[in-house]
Write a protein that binds this ligand. Structure first.
Ligand SMILES: [Zn+2]
Ligand SMILES: [Zn+2]
Length: 435
């Protein structure tokens, strides 16, 4: 109760204060001093990571930097979990719950544009192609923020009531063919050992207002699966279509029919869905109707409960549209990621903690988005809260900012302090010094 009153008073004072004072009152003087000391180092780490990005499951240097840092804080460190993953365990001076904080470490096959002095010039091989490598999704900032949180919390370890597991995860950006993505693989390799965290927290850079975070209850990011379709017709002369079955025309009908699933079959409010055909390939010559057409696509959905129904509709649409023309079609749907869903009561607790630390007006809600995030697999095992922190420079709107995965994706570095403070707030809410 006392805690709540202090929080409420602080929040009302903070609302009236300018931005600087608003954040400065978030923590105890000791923690504030530790944050102030850590901020310049956090920026240095981030620039180093940004300049040295590594693709999924190749985060060797990143893992080395992280492990050395955690060891310097006298944490128990485990490396090589899910190949390049790193875990640090910080045991507080007093008994209490176990929690986990997670950052993803991988970069993307994107060639960086723009003129940052620390821009990436790294190159590598992806799918057999020579590619530029860039932290185009902001995972460099996630790692630096979690390293900074580790510094601040380790400095106060005697006061902490409980244990914090720092999870540095490889390969968030997608599972390798036939393999598991980083979160699933860390879980399969028993990332928490014999510890049982009561909750896990993670954040993501997002092109919205700096100095704010977005906490969205319930489904927040989509489930994402891969769609493979093969349409088989009967090859014939381009001037004699009646002598065969044209899989190209059938594919065109399938693509259009698939669009009626989100727009005419699923509930637009409770089951938002996207079906995208991103690749279509068929034929070798202008006057030959080919035998087969291959299509690949992605399916996004927010409501885990309607997944099976959605997939039955996709299979039925594809096979029956093909059948109407005498063609056949095969549909394969491969799981890529399940939806990221914030349990409302844990989200609310985290939101209240962040509001106390950052000021209530810095904590926004907002709408779910259709990209996916494999943090969802942690949430399947234990309560987990995932949130965005805004990274746009002042005056740049979401519409004007380059989206994640764009070669000009940009993080306004002062925004990282808000990400750090939000992580500290949700962690200290669970294991912080209790009155
Ligand atoms: Zn990401
Ligand atoms: Zn990404």
């Amino acid at each position: 109760m006392k805690r709540f009153v202090i929080g409420a008073i602080a929040a009302s004072v903070l609302l009236a204060a300018p931005a600087q004072a608003q954040t400065a009152q978030g923590f105890s003087p000791e923690i504030e001093a530790s944050i102030a000391q850590t901020l310049p180092r956090m920026i240095t780490w981030r620039r180093d990571l940004h300049q040295n990005p590594e693709l999924s499951y190749e985060e060797v240097r990143t893992a080395r930097v992280v492990a050395a840092h955690l060891r310097s804080l006298r944490m128990e460190v485990r490396t090589g979990i899910a190949q390049t993953g790193v875990v640090g365990i910080l045991r507080g001076g007093r008994p209490g719950p176990v929690i986990a904080l997670r950052a993803d470490m991988d970069a993307l096959p994107v060639t960086e544009e723009g003129d940052l002095p620390f821009r990436s010039r790294a190159r590598g091989t992806y799918n057999g192609q020579d590619v530029g490598i860039m932290h185009a999704c902001g995972h460099d900032t996630h790692v630096a923020i979690l390293m900074a949180a580790a510094s601040v919390l380790a400095a106060r370890r005697e006061e902490l009531a409980g244990t914090i597991i720092f999870v540095f995860q490889p390969s968030e950006e997608g599972a390798p063919p036939g393999g598991l993505g980083g979160a699933r693989r860390m879980l399969a390799e028993n990332v928490f050992g014999d510890l049982e965290p009561e909750a896990i927290f993670g954040l993501h850079a997002w092109p919205t207002e700096s100095g704010t975070i977005m906490m969205i209850p319930g489904p927040m990011m989509a489930g994402s699966d891969r769609l493979d379709i093969t349409v088989t017709g009967s090859q014939t002369h381009g001037a004699q279509p009646h002598a065969g079955i044209d899989p190209i025309v059938v594919s065109a009908q399938i693509i259009n029919a698939l669009q009626t699933i989100p727009s005419r079959q699923m509930n637009a409010v409770s089951s938002p869905v996207i079906v995208t055909v991103g690749m279509i390939q068929g034929g070798v010559r202008y006057n030959i109707i080919p035998q087969t057409v291959q299509m690949q696509g992605t399916v996004r959905y927010l409501n885990p409960e309607t997944r099976e129904d959605l997939y039955n509709r996709i299979r039925r649409t594809v096979t029956e549209v093909a059948a109407a023309s005498g063609a056949t079609a095969e549909v394969t749907i491969t799981e890529n990621a399940i939806p990221t869903v914030n349990p409302p009561e844990h989200l609310e607790r985290a939101r209240a903690a962040a509001a106390r630390a950052l000021g209530a007006d810095a904590v926004r809600s907002g709408y779910p988005v259709m990209p996916a995030e494999d943090f969802a697999y942690f949430q399947r095992e234990l309560p987990g809260v995932f949130f965005f922190y805004g990274v746009n420079p002042p005056g740049v709107s979401q519409a004007d900012a380059a989206p994640n995965h764009n070669p000009r994706f940009f993080v306004h570095e002062p925004a990282m302090e808000t990400g750090l403070r939000a992580m500290l707030a949700v962690a200290l809410d669970r294991v912080g010094p209790q009155p």
